[in-house]
Write a protein that binds this ligand. Structure first.
Ligand SMILES: [Zn+2]
Length: 272
């Protein structure tokens, strides 16, 4: 996939750890430039990837390195010097506060075994349609890269594909937000995005005739024709989750073909 490199200096070695948890985040602001600036100019934080509202994907940290996005503390209290005295302070990012077994059981800094994706904020964790499509592709890319580099298969479940709030519920309860589409992302990775078609019955079309169908889906469905040279298809327009597709009968009378969305047959057309 097309990824624009914007290298950050904010990372550490993973040490002996291999990544097998993908953590989703939402940015504070709604500009991709300020998110990337935060990771590349300021010395405060980083994520491996940033997905803009228009679906453009940026990479700031190599998958083999630990970004600074999901830090957890191994201890409930830490020592600090205040007014010249050493005091014990409570950590709000203690790993035992996490809602994930994997984080509580490992008891190390979660940055060591996680890969972070920032999404530019469209509000409350909602993703734009191109952003959702892009993050599904990015999740698939990360899973393939982790398999290639480490020989590890990241399970497609909510324990391993998660959000910042599940790792640090005390400090980041709203990252990536209540409306973040975890289930749509999992379905997209598994190739199980549902497509509703307003046309499901087989039909007969005259050669040269056209027909418009409406498909409803959270991301643009891939429409294909089962037999070459029988039908052409084009996306005419999109309104929200509705995609209007025009098919044209171009084959000879007596030929026929199926119309498919995301690999599933919707109906057949016979040409007369
Ligand atoms: Zn976050």
């Amino acid at each position: 996939m097309n990824i624009i490199q914007k290298p950050s200096k904010n990372f550490n070695s993973r040490g002996p750890w291999a990544p097998n948890v993908i953590v989703n985040h939402i940015t504070g602001g709604n500009k991709v430039s300020s998110a990337i600036n935060e990771f590349t100019v300021n010395d405060r934080a980083s994520a491996h990837f940033v997905v803009d509202l228009d679906g453009t994907v940026y990479q700031c940290v190599d998958i083999r390195q630990a970004a600074w996005g999901n830090g957890t503390s191994q201890t409930q209290y830490y020592s600090a010097v205040q007014d010249g005295k050493t005091v014990s302070l409570a950590s709000k990012v203690w790993s035992q506060y996490s809602k994930l077994d994997i984080v509580r059981n490992r008891k190390v800094n979660a940055n060591l075994y996680t890969i972070s994706i920032e999404h530019v904020n469209a509000g409350g964790g909602v993703l734009t349609a191109p952003q959702l499509a892009a993050t599904i592709e990015l999740h698939k890319y990360i899973i393939a890269e982790v398999k290639r580099i480490y020989g590890i298969t990241i399970p497609i479940d909510r324990e391993h594909i998660t959000g910042h709030c599940f790792i640090a519920p005390k400090t980041k309860p709203s990252c990536p937000g209540a409306y973040f589409p975890y289930d749509s992302i999992l379905a997209g990775i598994l190739g199980k995005i549902e497509v509703k078609s307003d046309t499901t019955c087989d039909m007969v079309m005259k050669q040269g005739a056209t027909y418009q169908l409406k498909l409803t889906s959270i991301i643009q469905p891939a429409v294909t024709i089962g037999t070459a040279g029988v039908l052409t298809q084009e996306l005419v327009r999109q309104t929200g989750n509705d995609y209007f597709v025009k098919i044209k009968a171009v084959g000879k009378p007596g030929t026929g073909a199926g119309v498919f969305a995301n690999g599933k047959k919707l109906f057949a057309v016979n040409i007369e």
